[in-house]
Design a protein around this ligand. Structure first.
Ligand code: ADP
Ligand code: MG
Length: 238
């Protein structure tokens, strides 16, 4: 509902690293319930933008609003408590710990319910129950990515930010990841997903934002984006 309050909104969001403007005056809104994909060439500022949204980085200028409230000064932890969660591009699983112990980490502040059952059900829903005792380092690459999504979704976030969840995956693994994204969305999770693989984007995206040189370059449905000659020039190299 573009007339109501967006779940997530930014206003002039900017991040400079020295002289480099990695994210440049980005104003965007993500509606509650949608699956939004963020695409763009390497170095476009996608990962930096997600880190600004989740509070891992502070902006040089601009604001982030969540459910209409200015959360620009909230820590990553406080944003997580408000229902925002993220899977980073670089795998962040604890390699020496078991799969079960990894999923326990985001749940450890939880009280008054059955943590073990919660962990089991999270593992089961990402096809990892049989790997519960495996060291995270010993998982296949695809399983590590799923473990990270499991960890990021363990606390039932309202908004899940995924940075390249299908990177390095086979076709079958990518399809399974798309199924997980759809299932989370069916459960009411709003998703903002960075992805390179255009087939994966087509499989999940309800709307697409194209970032180029730190700026929002185009926005629309996947069909509109794929048919846009300017997008094809900067992104698809045509
Ligand atoms: P993308 O995810 O779209 O590939 P990034 O957000 O990772 O792009 O990077 C955008 C630009 O910011 C790149 O030029 C990158 O080198 C630079 N950059 C990212 N993080 C840092 C950092 N911590 N310090 C300095 N420059 C950075
Ligand atoms: Mg990136």
């Amino acid at each position: 509902d573009a007339t109501g309050e967006a779940l997530l909104r930014t206003e002039g969001l900017t991040k400079q690293f020295g002289g480099l403007v990695a994210v440049d005056d980005v104003t965007l809104r993500v509606e509650s319930g949608e699956i939004r994909c963020l695409i763009g060439p390497n170095g476009a500022g996608k990962s930096t933008l997600l880190k600004l949204l989740v509070g891992q980085l502070s902006p040089s200028a601009g604001q982030v609003f969540y459910r209409g409230e200015d959360i620009t000064d909230l820590s990553q932890h406080d944003r997580a408590r408000n229902g925002m969660s993220m899977k980073f591009q670089v795998p962040a699983v604890y390699g020496d710990l078991s799969v079960r112990q990894n999923v326990h980490i985001p749940l450890q502040r939880e009280v008054d319910h059955n943590i073990d059952a919660e962990i089991d059900s999270t593992l089961e829903s990402f096809g990892l129950l049989d790997e519960a005792g495996t060291r995270a380092d010993d998982l296949a690459h695809g399983q590590q990515q799923w473990l990270e999504i499991a960890m990021a979704s363990a606390l039932d976030p309202d908004l899940l930010l995924l940075d390249e969840p299908a990177a390095g995956m086979s076709v079958q693994e990518t399809e399974r990841t798309a199924d997980y994204v759809h299932r989370l969305n069916d459960q009411g999770v709003t998703l903002l997903v960075i992805e390179h693989d255009i087939d994966f984007v087509r499989a999940i995206a309800q709307s697409v934002t194209v970032l180029h040189q730190g700026e929002v370059f185009a926005e629309g449905t996947i069909d509109e984006i794929e048919d846009d000659p300017d997008v094809r020039r900067i992104y698809l190299g045509e």
